[in-house]
Write a protein that binds this ligand. Structure first.
Ligand SMILES: Nc1ncnc2c1ncn2[C@@H]1O[C@H](COP(=O)(O)OP(=O)(O)O)[C@@H](O)[C@H]1O
Ligand SMILES: [Mg+2]
Length: 271
């Protein structure tokens, strides 16, 4: 749409978790390093928290891309708002269980449990580490589900966890975990992502433009500052504002995105 006008080969500010667009701020680097440490150090569980749009899902996708699939079996649950049985079924299925029953009943839960336990043991025997990533874990409102996740961590052999559990979610996740003391004690690693500061926001925007195919600056210094103040440094909002600013600038036929362009773009969003 506006790519030709700005000399871009692809749209740089799409809100999708594409690892090639990851800008490694010191925070994102540290968060990634900690999640990797939890996995490689065979820790039981780790938590990554941060407000909506700060990069948690993107980091989980980056992590996946880095892990050697011959060494890991990974289950990612992206929408954990389900019953305990549904959640266990999803985990079992994604860890590779075959022929899982689909009808729900109390008995079924035990069947799924047995299946997960067997799977985890088999993975270990085959030299594969099992990883369960629960994204949007703050959406879990039923304490029983956190308890079930804790019980998964109880499966251990010779002081080794059968699996590593990564919980990702918005800041309230920390309180939800604290409510289950035994689960909280199992969390070996944690990290909280903060919004970007003004300097990081500017570098983030320039980085994404470069990945999009344009190395020359498109936004003026003042426009970059304004994007930071409108977005609060939250990547998802930065993307939205930069995208609408590029569109607005093209419509106006200008060669640079100035604060006026950003203002007009944001006003047209009506938010
Ligand atoms: N460090 C980063 N580098 C590049 N893009 C990022 C970064 N952090 C977040 N984003 C982008 O912001 C948007 C929202 O990120 P996401 O991972 O979905 O946030 P969360 O899961 O925390 O709500 C995505 O399009 C993502 O690509
Ligand atoms: Mg997310």
């Amino acid at each position: 749409m506006y790519e030709a006008h700005w000399g871009l080969s692809t749209r740089p500010f799409e809100n999708t978790p594409d690892p090639s667009f990851l800008y490694r701020t010191p925070q994102h680097e540290e968060a990634l390093g900690r999640l990797l440490y939890a996995i490689e150090g065979e820790k039981g569980a780790a938590v990554l928290s941060g407000v909506f749009g700060c990069g948690k899902t993107l980091l989980s996708r980056t992590l996946l891309a880095q892990l050697d699939s011959s060494l890991y079996k990974i289950a990612i649950v992206t929408n954990p708002k389900m019953t305990i049985t549904e959640l266990l079924l999803e985990i079992a299925g994604k860890l590779g269980a075959q022929n899982l029953p689909t009808k729900q009943s109390e008995v079924l839960k035990n069947v799924v449990w047995d299946s997960i336990e067997t799977l985890l043991k088999n993975n270990l025997r085959d030299g594969k580490q099992s990883i369960v990533i629960v994204d949007e874990a703050h959406a879990i409102k039923d304490p029983e589900i956190f308890e079930e996740l804790r019980l998964l961590l109880n499966l251990q052999a010779d002081d080794r966890f059968y699996l590593t559990l990564l919980l990702l979610g918005q800041p309230e996740l920390k309180g939800l975990i604290e409510a289950n003391k035994q689960l909280a004690q199992r969390i070996a690693i944690g990290y909280h992502l903060q919004p970007l500061d003004a300097a990081e926001t500017a570098k983030y925007i320039q980085f994404r433009l470069k990945v999009g195919g344009q190395e020359k600056p498109i936004f003026t210094e003042e426009a970059l500052k304004l994007v930071h103040s409108y977005s609060g440094g939250i990547p998802r909002r930065i993307n939205q504002i930069c995208d609408i600013s590029l569109l607005t600038g093209m419509e106006q036929g200008v060669k640079k995105v100035t604060p006026e362009v950003v203002k007009e773009g944001v006003a047209s969003l009506g938010v």
